[in-house]
Design a protein around this ligand. Structure first.
Ligand SMILES: Cc1ncc(COP(=O)(O)O)c(C=O)c1O
Length: 387
């Protein structure tokens, strides 16, 4: 059988060998420090679980939901005001997705045509490329360089490219590079997209995980952004609910309507108990979210500070749950380095090459273990002699 040509857009599964090795080492009873996958190790908050458990008891909630219930849309609007200080979000400016992964993966299909150009960060979270390519769009990468603190620089995008671009994807705090935006940078991005009539798509997955006193809000905290952009807003990382697949697209009503039109062809709506769980998260206390951020910061210190202390010059991450580490001297291939690190230290990290052309020469660590265990992983790296 000849399968869809679309599948040829995606390369072979490059992680298979690394994953097989992890399983092999665990089966042999060896300690493996898995700092590869970006899923929080913290439990979901009790009020979210309670709302889900209560809603599950009602048989009516097991029927097709067909839509986002008004209480959920209202809760997102109120959350934007309470958490980000953004007023003016109305229910027709909100739709749910089963995770931002789902939303971004479908974005190109709703918004792009063959030959459209999309501006993407490099390195970036891989679904950015997937979503655009599935829509037939061409990807143009703007580079996140060490010299520019791994931040987008709209001035470095040639005007002839900007004139052709239809969408620009930006995600700060950034996975995998750990950089964090400022109000001034968002203002420049909004002005750039306005000038060239580009839809600015902001992926806001990590605004609650920022370090050293920085504050991250929403794209819409920037004046003028509501006319220029949309934002993916995920509950996954702030509320430790990655498996529940709760996220939203917020912003320009015409874009939301286009995405809804596509989504209603292929989905019958989010499971109602999950909608009630999302409402509980959005209306619940935010103090535990802030407390958790401090724990991530202590882990960042344990990893970055620990690695520097053993001679690996890894800069501090400023936000997200990741650390972006240049390969130590003597290494040039990130996949080979990851395999050797697993072999010699039992530490699993992700090769930078999986995040786009500029990712080679780096590896990504996820801050998904207690600081004491991170210290043990650092000690294992030191003992491996690789640094
Ligand atoms: C930058 C970024 N965007 C989106 C996602 C996907 O989040 P969700 O769980 O909402 O699909 C992730 C997950 O790691 C991410 O790092």
């Amino acid at each position: 059988m000849e399968f869809s040509k679309r599948l040829e857009l995606f390369g072979p599964e490059i992680f298979a060998a690394l994953n097989d090795k992890v399983v092999e080492q665990q089966a042999a009873g060896r300690s493996v420090y898995n700092l590869s996958v970006g899923t929080p190790d913290f439990p979901p908050f009790p009020h979210i679980k309670a709302a889900l458990a209560k809603a599950i008891e009602d048989d009516e909630n097991w029927k097709y939901s067909l839509r986002d219930i008004p209480e959920l849309l209202g809760a997102v609007c109120a959350y934007y005001e309470r958490r980000f200080g953004v007023s003016g979000i109305t229910p027709e400016m909100v739709m749910s997705f089963s995770g931002s992964q789902d939303g971004i993966g479908h974005l190109g299909m709703a918004l792009c045509n063959e030959g459209d150009l999309v501006l993407l960060p490099d390195p970036c979270y891989p679904v950015f490329m997937t979503g655009c390519r599935l829509g037939g769009a061409e990807c143009w990468y703007y580079h996140l360089t060490k010299e520019n603190d791994f931040l987008p620089d709209p001035d470095a995008i040639p005007p002839e490219i900007a004139r052709r671009a239809k969408l620009m994807l930006v995600s700060l705090p950034a996975n995998p590079v750990g950089s964090v935006g400022t109000p001034a940078l968002y203002a420049r991005l909004v002005a750039f997209c306005k000038q060239y009539d580009i839809l600015l798509v902001h992926d806001n997955a990590y605004s609650d995980i920022v370090f050293d006193g920085a504050v991250c809000n929403s794209l819409f905290s920037t004046p003028g952004a509501l006319e220029t952009g949309v934002e993916f807003f995920s509950l996954s990382k702030s509320f430790n609910v990655t498996g529940a697949r709760l996220s939203f697209l917020v912003g320009r009503p015409d874009v939301i309507a286009a995405c809804k039109k596509l989504h209603t062809q292929i989905d019958f709506g989010k499971f109602l108990p999950l909608q009630y769980a999302a409402i509980a998260a959005l209306e619940g206390p935010l103090e535990p979210v802030r407390a958790q951020c401090k724990v991530y910061e202590a882990r960042r210190d344990a990893l970055c500070g620990g690695l520097r202390a053993i001679g690996w010059d890894v800069p501090d991450s400023h936000g997200s749950m990741f650390v972006w580490a240049p390969l130590p001297a003597g290494y040039t291939n990130s996949m080979d380095f990851c395999m050797e690190l697993l072999d010699k230290a039992g530490v699993v990290c992700t090769p930078g090459s999986s995040f786009g052309p500029s990712g080679e020469g780096y590896v990504r660590f996820a801050l998904t273990m207690p600081a004491e265990k991170i210290a043990k992983a650092v000690a294992a790296i030191a003992a491996s002699g690789m640094v």
